[in-house]
Unconditional design. Structure first.
Lengths: 632, 363
């Protein structure tokens, strides 16, 4: 995918400040990129403000990320992305255990606790899709009706049927590899004849080893018996194009992005470091959509951090966004700029959207701005299989068990999906680096013996990651405090969060299930949760280490009225008729699907409304002597 | 001249076999230059070489598709399939040597000659008497010994002409030229590189498209720098390395105006040019590893032959296979040859069991 040369420097703060755009978008991640592309395709003049560095997306720039990752000691999901004090991002290494009553402000997120999250989002061009895993499940129909079906959480104001066409648009944009037969379960339906852009990626050898022991096993959940089965996940990475896609027109995979022609990333090579960065760009990242948007003429102003949303005190409409434009990431110097437009779109992530609105004094008439912060709670379980299982091959996660994502049990405890990790115990223990150190330092092995020991250890590792739903809770929230600011003077997000009991009941069930699965596989359970872990949570006398999922949602939820929500079904703020808040923040619940596909689908839906609004508001108003007859 | 014209199906098969040979023959020099680049440096050079190699694999698949479509049997395991290096390619009325060597300005010059657009200035020069070189010449006429094509482009022009001619002849006789088993065709499902995709050959139109694609991806289309698929032609990709600048849409040949690129010509392993097993001391580890590589490479050609003769789905496994080739080639290239004053080893691409090469012996 060609990135138009020089497109990242098409405009400057002064020019921007003297221009009125049709739409001003904050954030160059997947949400901002999709909206920018849709609006520009419809002929609208679009400005995209990006907080991170804004050079043209080139293969060389991407390789700098890779080099940084390769040389990093800690290979965490932010390791490829350099520090930027003017657009800081949360990093797993910053998380500290919280002493009750003493918020930890040592990292970018100020954490009130009691639970300290290690969840992250990435503030670079392309956003968190640079480091994401690219697992792209649709939400279940019942996920949209949690309150009425299960008496938990909230109902969405729209249902599966409403979002289904937009899921298709998102699957096209991301380029999803999956087979309908594998993905039609628990009520998820597709239109007759639908196929994904690319064929499903195969299960790994490890998946098949697990399947051999698990498939058909019945478990009891909510009084019902459920048979388990290992299924492939739909993936946002390039596979074999399906010639039947799009009514037989097929699909052309989108490879690497650069200002010059490169042919790479046309197909996944199984490098197994999707997170934090695919070495060949076979994994979708929002740069692929941004390249298209910039090709349509979208103006990008990077190194421009939105500082304040200004509104008209009479009608609530946004008048402009004040931003701070910096030259050097390490210097606090900046110039103030003003972005004006007919409509405004915040797509800066659930936490940053809420942070910006609250820092602007815009709490929403519902009082819900920043509340209902959600993120999947991950419970890791790890064991050693009796036989070599090929761990370390394939992409990070190709298959898992999804049968308990939904069901009547959700009245009592959270549903979850189980990921089988082809990258072994890495997430839980730092393997294979920790294994290497142990074999050298503690077992004093070297040469061929060391090599054999490492293979024996790593290729038998099984990590089951339980991705557990977290229902909305008003006390889980983002706030701001003028005391806590970043280098540029932006207020930092203050997070208050506890893992709900509903989720922990799911975790407790999940832990027992993992033990059962390990038993069936003859695997030796090595799972141990350290009370010193910042994510350690005690529930009914048992301790669990809960990891964040980077699946942030719920800070400006969608609903049926200004009293129960921040945005309407078009993601337009009830209080500000020309402001759209897009991204995971608009989701009233996050179910047990990774959030990005749903975020993308909602953006396609929202962009339709934006275009409608822009056209309607620009249409000449019929002045017929009576005000009641004017154009609606 | 008339001797070289394709007038029978057997001659067409012979030409298509020569096309397979030709498309393959560039792969060992390109791979060696590619892996002579030291790791994680020279990214632009690395990328350009890599994509050209992948696309030569595509050309190989396309030539196989055409051959299968007209009832031929691609065989990459025939004793003469892999040339002795230096191989020899036509250069007008002369020829030039294609060496297996390190990435260098000289290597890039050779690559430019391989991919250079060249049309015979006069029709009677399309086919010319062979130059003085006794070496095996690629893109020679398989049917008229002693004659060579003016350029690779002219060689493919004859294949296109032959396809048209035979198609007409067969039609006149009420016969079908394209009788091949469609299941042998490499389809886009089983191969794609981002730089074009396989053309399924089922008749004259698709066969000509495939041949045009092979010729055009090397040298551009109709004098332009892009091919039919809007991909920068190989010649101009290599030219970027010398110009220190990328081409972009709208550029004229020879005048790239895209982003600058940088080549670190010195950051390369200096490998022995056209190394043979006999260059490695008897009984040495290098000799053993070089021999093992040749075995692996022969296995790779057997594997491709299987893929081209009824099991196209095997090509999905070509990626891990090529990773293995990469690792094996790097293992050789990273090692200096004892007593050669810092000159490094290289793969020899001598196919085991082929007469006249030392490949059969590891002693």
């Amino acid at each position: 995918m060609l990135f138009p040369q020089g497109a990242a420097a098409r405009t400057d703060p002064q020019t921007v400040s003297g221009t009125i755009y049709d739409a001003v978008i904050v954030g160059g991640g997947i949400a901002g990129a999709i909206v920018a592309n849709q609006l520009s395709r419809a002929g609208q003049r679009v400005l995209l403000l990006e907080a991170g560095l804004g050079e043209d997306l080139t293969l060389e720039g991407y390789e700098d990320y890779l080099t940084r990752f390769y040389s990093a000691v800690s290979k965490d999901n932010q390791s490829p992305y350099p520090p930027n004090a003017n657009a800081p991002m949360p990093r797993p290494s910053q998380v500290r255990k919280i002493t009750p009553g003493r918020p930890d402000s040592s990292g970018y997120l100020v954490q009130n606790g009691p639970y300290a999250t290690d969840s992250t989002y990435t503030r670079v061009l392309g956003g968190t899709t640079m480091h994401w895993e690219a697992k792209v499940m649709r939400m279940l129909p019942e996920d949209f009706e949690m309150a009425s079906r299960h008496g938990q959480g909230l109902d969405w104001p729209i249902g599966y049927g409403d979002i289904e066409p937009y899921y298709q648009a998102a699957e096209r944009e991301i380029g999803v590899s999956a087979d309908v037969a594998d993905q039609a379960y628990l009520g998820v339906t597709y239109p007759p004849g639908y196929v994904f852009p690319m064929r499903g990626l195969p299960l790994s050898y490890l998946d098949k080893m697990v399947a051999a022991g698990v498939d058909g096993t019945e478990v009891e959940a909510g009084g019902e018996r459920v048979a388990l089965k290992v299924r492939p996940f739909p993936q946002g990475r390039n596979g074999i194009p399906n010639p039947d896609y799009d009514g037989g027109r097929g699909y052309i995979p989108v490879g690497a992005v650069s200002t010059h022609q490169v042919e790479e990333g046309g197909r996944c090579q199984g490098n197994n470091n999707c997170v934090p960065l695919c070495p060949v760009q076979a994994k979708y990242h929002a740069g692929k959509t941004l390249a298209k948007a910039l090709g349509n003429g979208v103006e990008l102003l990077a190194q421009a951090v939105a500082y304040r949303v200004h509104t008209d005190p009479v009608n609530g409409r946004v008048t402009h966004i004040e931003f701070r434009s910096y030259r050097d990431p390490s210097s606090p110097e900046y110039v103030t700029g003003t972005a004006r437009g007919r409509i405004f779109v915040l797509g800066a992530s659930a936490i940053e959207n809420a942070r910006l609105m609250l820092a602007s004094g815009l709490k929403s008439s519902s009082g819900l701005m920043g509340r209902n912060l959600m993120d999947h709670a991950y419970l890791l379980n790890w064991a050693l299989l009796p036989d070599i299982a090929g761990t370390g091959r394939g992409t990070n996660s190709t298959g898992g068990i999804v049968d308990l994502r939904g069901g009547s049990f959700r009245g009592r405890h959270a549903g979850f999906g189980i990921d089988i990790h082809n990258d072994g115990w890495g997430w839980a223990t730092g393997s294979p680096f920790s294994d290497l150190l142990h074999i050298v330092d503690a077992q004093h092995k070297f040469g061929p013996e060391l090599r054999r020991a490492l293979v024996d250890q790593v290729s038998r590792q099984l990590l089951l990651a339980f991705m557990i739903e977290v229902p909305p809770s008003q006390s889980n929230r983002v706030t701001v405090d003028p005391v806590h600011r970043d280098q540029l003077g932006n207020m930092r997000p203050v997070i208050s969060y506890s893992v709900p009991d509903y989720t922990m009941r799911g975790a407790a069930y999940g832990r027992r299930l993992a033990q059962r699965i390990f038993e069936r596989l003859g695997a030796e359970d090595y799972t141990a949760y350290d009370p010193a872990d910042p994510g350690y949570v005690t529930y009914e006398g048992q301790g669990y280490a809960i990891r964040g999922g980077n699946h942030l949602g719920g800070t400006h939820i969608m609903g049926t009225s200004p009293a129960n929500s921040v945005v309407d079904t078009a993601l337009r703020a009830w209080d500000h008729q020309n402001l759209y808040l897009v991204g995971g923040g608009a989701m009233p619940t996050i179910g047990t699907a990774n959030v990005t596909l749903t975020i993308a689908a909602l953006c396609f839906k929202s962009a339709e409304h934006m275009i409608e609004q822009l056209r309607a508001e620009r249409a000449p108003v019929a002045l017929s002597g009576s005000t009641s007859g004017s154009a609606q | 001249m008339t001797d070289a014209k394709i007038t029978t199906i057997e001659q067409l098969h012979a030409y298509l076999y020569a096309a397979l040979q030709l498309e393959h023959a560039t792969i060992p020099p390109y791979l060696t230059a590619l892996y002579s680049l030291r790791n994680e440096s020279n990214s632009p050079a690395w990328r350009i070489l890599r994509v050209v190699v992948v696309e030569e694999m595509l050309h190989l698949s396309l030539a196989a598709n055409v051959m299968n479509a007209v009832g031929g049997t691609p065989d990459l395991t025939a004793p003469d399939f892999v040339p002795d290096y230096p191989a020899c390619l036509p250069d007008g009325e002369d020829d030039f040597a294609v060496d297996i060597q390190s990435f260098s300005a000289a290597a890039v010059d050779t690559f430019l000659m391989i991919e250079r657009p060249a049309q015979a200035p006069r029709a009677e020069l399309r086919l010319v008497p062979r130059g003085a070189s006794a070496r095996h010449l690629l893109a020679a006429s398989p049917t008229a010994p002693g004659m060579q094509y003016y350029s690779i482009g002219e060689f493919y022009a004859e294949i296109s002409r032959g396809l048209r001619y035979l198609s007409d002849e067969y039609a006149r006789e009420g016969r079908e030229l394209f009788t091949g088993d469609r299941r042998r065709q490499v389809t886009p499902e089983f191969f794609y590189s981002g730089g074009g995709e396989p053309i399924v050959v089922t008749g004259l139109e698709s066969a000509l498209r495939a041949v045009d694609f092979i010729a055009g991806q090397g040298e551009g289309l109709g004098g332009g720098i892009y091919d039919a698929g809007n991909e920068l032609a190989h010649y101009y990709r290599f030219e970027q390395l010398k110009a220190g600048r990328y081409y972009q849409k709208g550029d004229q040949p020879g005048r790239p105006t895209g982003p600058a690129l940088w080549v670190d010509w010195g950051n390369v392993y200096p490998v022995l040019k056209n190394a043979g097993l006999d260059d490695y001391p008897t009984g040495s580890e290098l000799r053993r590893v070089a021999h093992e590589f040749n075995e692996t490479y022969a296995g790779f050609l057997r594997f491709l032959t299987k893929a081209f003769t009824g099991q196209p789905e095997l090509l999905l496994e070509a990626v891990p296979q090529m990773f293995r080739l990469r690792d094996d080639i790097r293992r050789l290239i990273r090692n200096p040859i004892p007593g050669r004053d810092g000159v490094h080893a290289a793969p020899t691409f001598e196919m085991p069991g082929v007469a006249g090469s030392a490949a059969g012996s590891t002693a």
